[in-house]
Ligand binder design. Structure first.
Ligand SMILES: Cc1cc2nc3c(=O)[nH]c(=O)nc-3n(C[C@H](O)[C@H](O)[C@H](O)COP(=O)(O)OP(=O)(O)OC[C@H]3O[C@@H](n4cnc5c(N)ncnc54)[C@H](O)[C@@H]3O)c2cc1C
Length: 393
């Protein structure tokens, strides 16, 4: 079996396949975590998931994150479950947040609704000009680069081959013998089953087999401060984050019920503090093709917006910026499972801004699907065929 893509998702699939005793080879054209998984944040948020299957999937994944963190060597993942906050600045966002909290509770997620003073007592660095916040202990954070490397190492320890600097350049398929992959350096690899876990590059990788996948890159930019003493008690996102995540150009959709703030470049505030003390301040949502450069104008807007929520950022040094490409599908939800009519071609792509959170459950379900013919939890909502055919490339 071959998994294409060495981000959090591909390494999680390889890890679970190896754990089920399968002969698996992971192919990554750069290094492990050289795609979005190395240029993102590490929120494991349930508060930012759409109540319904998306939230259920994330809940199961958070449980698997806890298991990984508790396993031998898992402390290196910098996993913490200190909870998380969604912060509302306007009355309108606050009203929407109340609705979202209600729906989250219906799915069994414990969420507190905090009036301004309570929110400030939990998170003293917040601006006193906020309206209120939602807080839930069912949120955490992890170091995504460490997570991907850990899963790859563990998979290797169980017999998987992790082939970095191995780009898949061509794919031949025959129903009798399976796949023959052409790799950089003129090497070839044979595989009976192929898993496309190429993140934002899912469509170019699918085209090698003659199919199209409805996944496009969505750039997110982040600014990193110098390391400082603990400033945050929990990571935070602004309440309108969900609406920004699920809106597309020319379309305003707010599955969470909180309206988006009208800002350029799809900016929504988020901040977390890493184990080393750096603050990661984000982020944007831009359709800029495969361009992974940052842009001073967008970074400036991200920082101005962040100051409205967290005035104590003023005076901190920004030591670097980065941008990553989220894999976005038309409905913002992943494509998980075999392609119709191609039971030997699986997709584990399209996680948009949730891939770090959803990687463990994606890996487990995909591995079960491949090995047992069906996953232990069925999520038809994420079937790749929900957008119709796949069009020949
Ligand atoms: C700014 C930002 C912040 C984010 N914050 C969070 C967050 O807080 N929490 C969260 O859950 N998610 C977050 N995300 C989303 C998360 O980063 C992604 O959903 C996740 O990393 C996707 O993982 P992946 O393995 O699918 O893709 P990737 O990590 O992009 O991996 C795909 C890999 O495929 C490789 N590849 C492509 N083509 C080929 C080929 N032909 N041959 C071999 N290899 C190939 C690439 O080199 C790449 O390494 C954020 C994203 C961004 C950009």
């Amino acid at each position: 079996m071959a998994v294409i893509g060495g981000g959090v998702v591909g390494t999680a699939v390889a890890f679970h396949l190896a754990a089920l005793g399968k002969d698996v080879c992971l192919l990554e054209r750069g290094d492990v975590a050289s795609g979005a998984s190395g240029s993102c944040d590490g929120y494991l948020f349930l508060l930012s998931k759409v109540p319904g299957p998306h939230l259920q999937l994330a809940r199961e994944s958070l449980r698997l994150h806890q298991e990984l963190a508790a396993s031998e060597g898992g402390s290196s993942l910098e996993f913490r479950q200190d909870g998380g906050m969604l912060v509302a600045r306007s009355e309108e966002a606050w009203d929407g947040l109340k609705g979202l909290v209600q729906r989250q509770r219906e799915y069994g997620i414990p969420v507190e609704l905090l009036e301004r003073d309570e929110a400030l007592s939990r998170q003293p660095a917040l601006s006193p000009r906020i309206r209120g916040a939602a807080f839930s202990t069912f949120n955490g954070q992890v170091n995504p680069v460490r997570l991907a490397h850990y899963l790859a190492r563990q998979a290797e320890g169980m017999g998987a081959r992790i082939m970095v600097r191995s780009e898949v350049l061509g794919v031949e398929h025959s129903p009798g013998t399976g796949y023959r992959l052409l790799l950089t350096g003129g090497r070839f690899l044979r595989a009976r089953v192929l898993v496309n876990a190429a993140g934002a590059w899912a469509d170019p990788v699918a085209r090698l087999t003659g199919f199209r996948l409805p996944v496009i890159p969505r750039r997110g930019q982040v600014a990193v401060t110098e390391a400082v003493d603990p400033l945050l008690n929990t990571p935070m996102l602004e309440a309108g984050y969900l609406a920004v995540k699920f809106s597309a150009p020319g379309q305003s959709r707010s599955p969470g019920g909180v309206p988006p703030a009208a800002r350029p470049a799809g900016i929504a505030f988020g901040v977390e503090q890493t184990a080393a003390g750096n603050l990661l301040i984000g982020s944007s949502r831009e359709e800029a093709g495969f361009d992974r450069r940052t842009n001073p104008a967008v970074i400036g807007s991200i920082l101005r917006n962040a100051l409205e929520f967290l005035p104590s950022l003023n005076g901190l040094k920004i030591i670097r910026t980065y941008a990553g490409l989220r894999p976005r599908t038309p409905d913002g939800l992943p494509l998980l499972g075999p392609l119709p009519g191609r039971p030997d071609y699986f997709t584990a792509v399209g996680h948009e801004g949730d891939g770090v959170t959803l990687a463990p459950v994606t890996g487990r379900l995909l591995a079960e699907w491949i090995v047992f013919g069906e996953p232990s939890l069925a999520f038809p909502e994420f079937a790749p065929e929900r957008f119709g055919g796949f069009g020949r490339a």
